[in-house]
Design a protein around this ligand. Structure first.
Ligand code: ADP
Length: 300
């Protein structure tokens, strides 16, 4: 409903802007035809009209951008509220059941496991929002350690399999470094973990039913390493490859829009890569053909 309203007002501003430009151009041409002798005035008039038209175009562009940004903020608030409310409601329901009924030990253990899963989800959302808030700050000295990336990514792969109940063949880990070579990066282990987890979780989330994900750890030239996460999921159109890294941005109108999310994950991935002296980027052969997300980091 809200999105529909915004789209209507965007259309209104575009049509309004286009009409104003057309009227201004018409007036300008008429005015030139009537006053062609008075060349100085003509020149000034043309200049003034150009200024007015530029102003109107800029104004329309600015308005449309603002409306889009508001729309994304609204979507974000809705998504975060949902992500916070659902696990709390679920935990509450299980606690009430435990309080009211005498359940056997096995059932109780099952409920505890579900509640732990829900509280993990809650913590994840909160951490995501906090991380997005501090994404522009620099790494503090105290946070920087020597991080074993081989260990870190294999932990992330194992956690993803566990969290989504997947087989090893569905989320594979391929280490392309020579077996004994150390693969270390100077940085904040928690941030790097959250960036890799965001990529793996997206690969699973945006794969639909057939999950086929691979994480590759590979050496690059000039002392860099790449963490690549590839999936055979819904893929991305060329125009979306950069946009998906913007804060709050979620690709509209696809299967992806039905998947719950806040639009913060890739923004965090990019910010973490930058803070570690690297970069993050996406590639995809097109919608429906899977995607590949890469984080490049300097080796220590
Ligand atoms: P979220 O997943 O919470 O929406 P992200 O910042 O992680 O936020 O991703 C932004 C958008 O990029 C997603 O909404 C989705 O449309 C798109 N996207 C991310 N990862 C993938 C992927 N592996 N395949 C296809 N689309 C993706």
């Amino acid at each position: 409903m809200v999105a529909g309203g915004y789209r209507k007002s965007i259309a209104f501003f575009i049509v309004f802007g286009a009409c104003l430009v057309a009227i201004a151009v018409g007036l300008n041409i008429g005015w030139i035809l009537l006053n062609w002798r008075e060349s100085l005035l003509l020149f000034l008039g043309v200049l003034l009209f150009l200024v007015i038209i530029t102003g109107m175009v800029l104004n329309t562009v600015f308005l449309v951008r603002e409306i889009r940004r508001n729309e994304q903020h609204d979507n974000f608030i809705n998504a975060v509220t949902h992500e916070l409310k659902t696990p709390v409601a679920s935990i509450r329901l299980y606690l009430e059941t435990l309080q009211r009924h005498d359940l056997d030990e096995a059932r109780r253990r099952e409920f505890y496991a579900i509640m732990l899963g829900d509280s993990d989800r809650l913590l994840q959302t909160i951490e995501q929002v906090l991380r997005a808030g501090k994404s522009k700050s620099f790494l503090h000295k105290g946070q920087v350690t020597s991080v074993d990336m081989r260990l870190l990514v294999s932990d992330c792969v194992a956690l993803t399999r566990l969290r989504y109940n997947l087989k090893p063949a569905q989320v594979r880990f391929q280490d392309e470094f020579p077996q004994d070579a150390p693969v270390t990066v100077r940085g904040d282990a928690e941030e790097l973990r959250s960036a890799v987890m965001n990529l793996l979780e997206n690969a699973v989330k945006y794969s639909g039913d057939s999950i086929n994900v691979e994480l590759r750890l590979r050496p690059l030239d000039a002392g860099m390493l790449a963490v690549q996460v590839m999936d055979q999921g819904i893929g991305l159109a060329p125009a979306e490859l950069k946009r998906v890294f913007k804060r709050f941005y979620r690709v509209p109108g696809t299967l992806g829009a039905r998947v719950k999310g806040t639009g913060l994950g890739l923004f965090i991935v990019k910010a973490v890569a930058r803070r570690h002296g690297g970069r993050a980027w996406a590639a995809s052969p097109g919608v429906g053909h899977g995607s590949r997300f890469t984080i490049e980091l300097p080796l220590s």
